[in-house]
Design a protein around this ligand. Sequence first.
Ligand SMILES: C=C(O[C@H]1C=CC=C(C(=O)O)[C@@H]1O)C(=O)O
Length: 373
Amino acid sequence: MISENFFNQIQQQLNNKLPFVVYRKPNDTLVKVLLQNTDEVHIVKDYSEKGFVFAPFDTNKEVVLIPLNISSLLQEDFVMSSVVETSYLESDDKIKNKEKHIELVQKGIDGIKEKQFQKVVLSRCEKIKLTEIDCINVFKKLLQKYPTAFVYCWYHPKIGLWLGATPETLIKIEGSRFKTMALAGTQKFEGTLDVNWQDKEKEEQQFVTDFIVDSLKTSVKNLTISNIETIKAGNVLHLKTTIKGILDLNLLNLKQVIKVLHPTPAVCGLPKESTKQFIINNENYNREYYTGFLGELNFQEKTTRNTNRRNVENNAYASVKHISNLFVNLRCMQIIEKKALIYVGGGITKDSIPEAEWQETVVKAEVMKKVLQ
Ligand SMILES: C=C(O[C@H]1C=CC=C(C(=O)O)[C@@H]1O)C(=O)O
């Protein structure tokens, strides 16, 4: 169980207006926190840095780093207690939001029919007024409610405060081994994973798999592509394909892999550049860090060949591995004073029905709304 002192230190950091990130990886119990000791904004230059990265959707904007060498790293196990279902808050302007989103989706469908692009992910930002907000408490609720997600609370006094519970890995790299996923297609979870998927969802997910495989196949070895599976993420189901391989680091280093992958068609579209422009020109709001990525960059892990042996010679077999564990920033919100800005979107294809796409964003928004009360 996490001691109250652990969370008090985070609260103290927030009160002192100093940057921090607190997070827990999917299916893990270890909660880690990095407390940066100054309020300076650090920027990633070439991805050789060590620390926690926080990257926006727009690749022309800077990627923020909480560097390991100027931060205290604390970690504690978090034991789940039972989850209490709560009612949730709604925004005041639902009708206007719906009209605007349906109009945007229709524009996307028209773009596809006019052959400007094949798929585009369109999103919206929903504002919820709060009477009060206790971010640490919201983070605790996220830990409890979403054990299979990457759960985080990130703060920088010069940038903002974000919280989320994302189901999507951008990439995990251990030495030269990598693992990524094509996650797309959504339906509401109704008590079972044994569901049928429509062609629309299958196609939008296949676009993502094909894009990842095509982008990496000439620069990796032992590429393996799993079968498509149905996974549960909070109150929704998605289609997921796992893609693994070994990078040839002379052809593709971490910076280049990220450049190739981000943003994937799970959050942007196909082709990448024209859909990115369409999103920036038409969504009518700034995504900022939503659909960007975040996570550990070049963390060191000591591995020993035989962990049972207690003798000192065993240390001769120890090697240090660099591990990066990056996630796509989905199912997230930004807290500004007493307002929560919830970011949600969905993949649009030629077969999309605007009303159904709106409904999908309503269901996805519940993931954050459920932890706000
Ligand atoms: C863009 C989002 O989800 C992506 C990830 C999984 C399923 C998606 C979909 O079905 O559209 C999206 O591609 C979001 O949740 O805001």
